[in-house]
Structure formats: structure tokens, C-alpha cells
Write a protein that binds this ligand. Structure first.
Ligand code: FEO
Length: 392
């Protein structure tokens, strides 16, 4: 992909990673991703905002082949998918200085081979003139590491935001327009990257709202040329708003746990509650993460494997724990062969979830009448708790 003009003196550079299917060796990417960099050529100075993942360095080299000077490399975030090409950039442009937040300086030195003399710390609110263009830096910590900042190109009314408002979506569209697929990809991104830091993100959103811009240019996914949609979506996702929704991530080895899940799905649906089962051997764990953004209740369904939960259930529970969703209620269900400690073990895996545990329904072997009666009791308890939250 060649560099593309956004406006006079401002170009998109970077790489569209169509084939990447896993991020941080953790997050599924069904639609690939991109690493965006932005070249700002003022009348006197030139700045490059972010770089690319080192795996795509050759593309950046080609795009910069005719760029004779870069005075500043703005490192909005130290994670390597954006900073990884800095060592090459500094070698290729000997006059170039890296501009970053105070916390980013340490992180860049930890993660990359960079001469500390080449790094200049910018303060929150500081402005930098490129001649006829002005960059202003605003600290926005925890999107997604503690050092992150955004850059406001004042004259052209563009806000560069790195991970903030990013989406893992490989597309040759430079702009998001009003394509609903971007919102879905951005919500997946928010769930996996931003959800644990939503309190800080609420503060950052207020800060961003105080700036005047027409475009949001993140470093993953397309540029938002109608930014109100992503701004208001973030305000909802980062808020404490909940949906009248129950999630049931589960595994069933011999069918008994699945029978219990199906009973819950029918009963909760009849109660007017939205219920989403996720069979964990086939589900895209990113879809579970998306639903965790506003789910009220989680019911963990697991068979017992040598007294403990199935390992894939443990993985999903650990993921939910590190994402720190807004969940209010939890329960555990499942079947076992001869003995089980799944309730104790799962309870010990969710210290970050401030949930009321509504109970556990375990059955030895196949579920029978008593099991279904216990499940009906759990359905009624969930119905009451949700009614307290959602009825006006
Ligand atoms: Fe896209 Fe936190 O890096």
C-alpha cells in the first residue's frame, strides 16, 4: 500500500496486515489489523507519528524512500507494534528526535535499542511548531499502557490516538465512514484492550471532548471521518451501563453440562433476559470478550476434569478476570463423574470480579429432576436480581 494523503502535508503510512490472526499471542483477529503511521510535513519541520510492527518494516521503508528528512518521531505508545521501527528510523534519519511522554521514555529504553540522548520528553499540553502546522500533545494514560498520549494537529483538526479508538480491521478504506463493521471491530478492540482501564478512559474521553477536531486517526484500523459515532460508543462502553444479559461460557464433555445450559437458556429467555451461550471449543473468545463489555451476569458451565474445571473453561474464566468487566452476578454449573472441587477452584480464579455469587448447581452424572429444580431456582434468582436492576 502506498502512502495516502489525508490533507495537504498529512499522509497515512503503514501496513495493512490482512493475514494476522492472533494479537499478543492471545487475541483472535478474524479481520486482520493494520499499523498506521502518519507523516506530517510542515513548512519547516517534519514529524512521523508512530511507526509499524517490526514485521512490516519493509513497507514503511518503501513509503519513506522519498522523504529526505524527519525531525521528530512521535512515540504515542511504547508497545512494539507502534514503536518497533524506531531503531531503524533513528539510524536512517540521524537528526530525528523521539518525542514521548515521561513514562514512555523508560519503556522505550526497556523495550528497544535506542540512545537515550535521542529521546525528548514532552509535557502534557505542550505544543510543537512544524512551521505552518502545530502539534499539541495530551497525556491519555492507560490506553493501553500507562505512558500513552494523543497528538492534536491543530490547523488540520486531526486527533492522532494510537490504540485509543483503534480497531483490528484490515481494510483498504482509509476512512471508516459509517460502516457498521468498524464499530464491531472497535468494540472487540475496546473489550480486549481498554475494558480493564475504563475509569481512566472515562477521564480521557472528557479530555478528548474538550479538543476541536474533525478526524480521529488511530494507529489500528481506519480513520474516523465522522468521529461522533466512535466517541459516543466509547462513552457507553466505558460507562457503568449494563445490559439485561447473561453469558454462559461452557464446555460439555459427555453432554450433561450442555443439557443444563440448554435448560438455563430456555428459562432465562422466557424471563425476558437476553442469554448468550458460548461453547468454548468452537467459540471465538473475542466474541465472549465483546459481550463482557456490558453483561450483567456470567454463568460458568464446566465438567469436572480430575476434580477441577476443564482447562478451556479455566482459560475463559482467567480472561474474564483480567478484563475486569462490570459483571454484577455469577454462578457455576456443571456435571461431574465421581467428585468435584470446581466451585472452590473457580471462585479462587476471579479475585478481580466484584460479583455476587448466586450459587452453584452441580450434578453427578446426567442431570435429573432435582438438578432441573435447582436450575429453575437459579433462573428465578437471576430474574429477581435483573428485575431489581432493569425494571423502572
Ligand atoms: Fe497497538 Fe498497545 O499496541
Amino acid at each position: 500500500m502506498n502512502k495516502r494523503q489525508i490533507c495537504r502535508g498529512v499522509h497515512w503510512l503503514g501496513a495493512i496486515d490482512w493475514n494476522r490472526r492472533l494479537f499478543d499471542s492471545l487475541i483472535p483477529l478474524p479481520d486482520g489489523t493494520s499499523y498506521n503511521a502518519y507523516l506530517i510535513q510542515g513548512s519547516e519541520k517534519v514529524a512521523l507519528i508512530d511507526t509499524v510492527d517490526p514485521a512490516k518494516l519493509e513497507l514503511l521503508k518503501e513509503q519513506l524512500a522519498d522523504v529526505e528528512k524527519i525531525d521528530y518521531a512521535v512515540a504515542q505508545h511504547a508497545e512494539q507494534d507502534h514503536s518497533g521501527a524506531l531503531p531503524w528510523l533513528l539510524q536512517s534519519y540521524p537528526q530525528c528526535k523521539v518525542l514521548c511522554s515521561s513514562k514512555a521514555k523508560d519503556l522505550l529504553l526497556d523495550h528497544l535499542e535506542i540512545n537515550p540522548q535521542r529521546i525528548v520528553v514532552v509535557t502534557d499540553g505542550e505544543s510543537l511548531s512544524l512551521g505552518d502546522k502545530t502539534l499539541q500533545f495530551h497525556y491519555t494514560p492507560w490506553v493501553h499502557w500507562p505512558e500513552t498520549l494523543v497528538t492534536h494537529l491543530i490547523e488540520d483538526r486531526i486527533l492522532f490516538t494510537c490504540d485509543f479508538f483503534g480497531s483490528h480491521w484490515a481494510t483498504d478504506n482509509l476512512y471508516a465512514g459509517n460502516d457498521p463493521r468498524v464499530c464491531e471491530a472497535a468494540k472487540r478492540y475496546f473489550a480486549e484492550i481498554m475494558l480493564p482501564f475504563r475509569k481512566t478512559i472515562q477521564a480521557n474521553l472528557k479530555k478528548v471532548r474538550s479538543l476541536s477536531f474533525d478526524y480521529i486517526a488511530p494507529s489500528h484500523g481506519p480513520v474516523f471521518d465522522q468521529p461522533e459515532c466512535i466517541l459516543s460508543s466509547y462513552e457507553i462502553w466505558a460507562s457503568e451501563c449494563l445490559a439485561n444479559k447473561v453469558l454462559i461460557p461452557y464446555i460439555s464433555m459427555h453432554g450433561s453440562t450442555e443439557i443444563m445450559v440448554n435448560h438455563l437458556v430456555s428459562g432465562l429467555s422466557r424471563s425476558g433476559i437476553s442469554v448468550l451461550p458460548f461453547e468454548l471449543t468452537t467459540t471465538d473468545i473475542g466474541k465472549l470478550a465483546i459481550e463482557l463489555v456490558d453483561a450483567t451476569t456470567i454463568i460458568i458451565g464446566t465438567p469436572t476434569v480430575n476434580l477441577g474445571p476443564h482447562p478451556q473453561v479455566s482459560y475463559a474464566v482467567s480472561l474474564a478476570n483480567i478484563l475486569r468487566p462490570k459483571l454484577k452476578f455469577a454462578a457455576i454449573i456443571g456435571s461431574y463423574g465421581w467428585g468435584s472441587k470446581v466451585v472452590d477452584q473457580i471462585s479462587g480464579m476471579i479475585p478481580n470480579l466484584t460479583v455476587e455469587v448466586l450459587g452453584a448447581v452441580l450434578c453427578k452424572g446426567v442431570p435429573r429432576e432435582t438438578t432441573f429444580a435447582e436450575l429453575d431456582g437459579l433462573i428465578e434468582l437471576i430474574r429477581q436480581r435483573h428485575a431489581d436492576l432493569f425494571s423502572e
